[in-house]
Design a protein around this ligand. Structure first.
Ligand code: NAX
Length: 331
């Protein structure tokens, strides 16, 4: 069996981590033959709760988990980690916009970036889930300058999964039949779920989603709005933000980063912009990426019509504003 991977989960006593830990422990993320050492970070007042989570993890009786370290100290949590799920942050409450969260959460990533810089492996693969995820990932990377910028990403896979599921429901197929939906930009209500290049397998025949649905007005309006507002709809119904689906998406994201994408298919990830598609360099922007040998590459050359151009630019403008506000908070 392989040497264990060391994996940190922050916000480990919270609701997303509760589902995510089980996925990681049973091999959904790093493979069924890959042992893991889990570092669980939360704040001091949550150490008692974390103890209970660890008891349950133990009671799952899963042999891939070789050791579990619970701590409130980022220097212990990030020590020699190979992969980091950065979930720990305050979640959005009913009626709260993501901008309200920025002030509270960005400082966490400012401090944790500095700790990561000191003690994590330089090859660590980092996925930021805590909101505002894109901007938090930028701040984390900025304060961990010894780790390559390409190693920092943020979660927009939940939005991709939501979009895929909605298209699949509309066409009465299972979600795995829908591929190459794109989430552009920010994990917020300005994100652009784009099906212009998406495909669907209808009984063995692969056709463009636009052709199969044949209703551009739906795809430009109701579909986009329902994906953008899905997080808020879950909060309204559950009185808590998405957790099971967020954990599944985080697991999908890290799994694909380790194992790669298949054939011509791509997935959406928030990654550092290199200026592709006219987006300002340095923003953490969700793009379609292909992954091979544990490295992501932004898919190039996709046509962008005027409608899409407006959407891509609007979400970039929000990210620019968020990043400026975040940097001001950290100085
Ligand atoms: P919970 O409140 O259940 O858990 C958060 C945990 O983080 C708590 O245990 C808390 O004590 C801990 N925490 C707070 N400050 C910390 C620090 N400095 N170091 C370590 N841990 C700390 O929230 P949960 O529902 O698990 O959501 C976590 C984050 O994910 C929120 O910011 C939420 O907004 C975000 N989400 C992001 C999504 C995405 O697609 N990018 C979707 C789901 C979710 O909304």
């Amino acid at each position: 069996m392989a040497e264990p991977l060391t994996v940190v989960i922050t916000g480990a006593a919270g609701q997303i981590a509760y589902s995510l830990l089980y996925s990681i422990a049973k091999g959904d993320v790093f493979g069924k033959d890959q042992p893991v050492i889990l570092h669980l970070l939360d704040i001091t007042p949550m150490m008692g709760v974390l103890e209970g989570v660890i008891m349950e993890l133990q009671d799952c009786s899963i042999s891939l988990v070789r050791n579990v370290i619970a701590t409130a100290d980022p220097l212990v949590a990030f020590k020699n980690v190979d992969a980091a799920f950065m979930v720990g942050a305050m979640p959005r409450k009913d009626g709260m916009e993501r901008k309200d969260l920025l002030k509270a959460n960005v400082k966490i990533f400012f401090e944790q970036g500095q700790a990561m810089d000191k003690v994590a492996k330089k090859t660590v693969k980092v996925l930021v889930v805590g909101n505002p995820a894109n901007t938090n990932a930028c701040i984390l990377s900025k304060y961990a300058p010894s780790i390559p910028k390409e190693n920092f990403t943020c979660l927009t896979r939940l939005d991709q999964n939501r979009a895929q599921a909605q298209i699949a429901a509309k066409l009465n197929v299972t979600a795995d039949k829908v591929t190459n939906v794109i989430i552009w930009g920010n994990h917020s209500s300005t994100q652009f779920p784009d099906v212009a290049h998406a495909k669907v397998d209808l009984n063995g025949k692969v056709v463009p989603v636009r052709e199969a649905i044949n209703d551009d007005s739906y795809l430009k309006n109701d579909f986009v709005a329902s994906v953008q507002q899905r997080g808020a709809a879950v909060i309204k119904a559950r009185k808590l933000s998405s957790a099971m689906s967020a954990a599944k998406a985080a697991a999908d994201h890290m799994h694909d980063w380790f194992f790669g994408t298949k054939g011509d298919n791509w997935v959406s990830m928030g990654v550092i912009s290199d200026g592709s598609y006219g987006i300002q360099e340095g923003l953490m922007y969700s793009y379609p990426v292909r992954i091979a040998d544990k490295k992501w590459t932004i898919v190039q050359g996709l046509s962008i019509d005027d409608f899409a151009r407006g959407k891509l630019d609007a979400t970039a403008a929000e990210l620019k504003e968020e990043l400026e506000a975040a940097i001001a908070e950290c100085t």
